[in-house]
Design a protein around this ligand. Sequence first.
Ligand code: SF4
Ligand code: FES
Length: 248
Amino acid sequence: MNLTLKIWRQKNADDKGKMVDYAISNISPDMSFLEMLDVLNEQLINKGKEPVAFDHDCREGICGTCSLYINGEAHGPDRDITTCQLHMRKFNDGDTIYIEPFRAKAFPVIKDLIVDRSAFDRIQHAGGFISVNTSGNTVDADTIPINKHDADKSFDAATCIGCGACVASCKNSSAMLFVAAKVSQFALLPQGKVEAADRVLNMVKQMDLEGFGNCTNTGACEVECPKGISLENIARLNREYLKASFKG
Ligand code: SF4
Ligand code: FES
């Protein structure tokens, strides 16, 4: 495949940045999108040019770092996959492909296609955990019976990999789907109920402090989420928040 790539290049957070054109040829349809970028970078390095900086780690849909906006969609044109799971067969020979970083005020660009998503870490630190003393008194996982429906819903919410596609796809740059997943995975389990009120209040407070926008129920986040996190988690987050506010 021969392709034209239009890639966002930005030296650092202060640089204005711009789209730069690259022609690339002999790309196999079986290559992953990141492998195609590896080929481009090899060519740039061989020509003594600066390679394109992009984030990646596991390359198997687990870590959530490979966050690219491809042809106007977070993680590209395929559904329920991350950028590292996207293959070049999704494109046609001769295509022009636009590659940009995830854009949001709370995700400032570090370099080229890499953004700073530490805002998500700070939201997690604010309450995305349970306090369980496991030193010397661990119990079997089935000691506390849990309704299968709740266990399944909790597991579904826990599959969120913190990639930020929900934020990048939202016209308000809202982080509600991410926070809803992180709150829901605990709210549905008995172990998570102990700190439920503090958790939801603190996480939502941190989310607002980080500068994410409000949810206006557009649903783009659910469509672009690589893990299929459902909007019903946002409804649960709102219920949990209301309950905690009355309690407080
Ligand atoms: S909810 Fe989906 S899109 Fe948002 S961070 Fe989690 S996995 Fe990524
Ligand atoms: S590199 Fe880890 S999810 Fe893509």
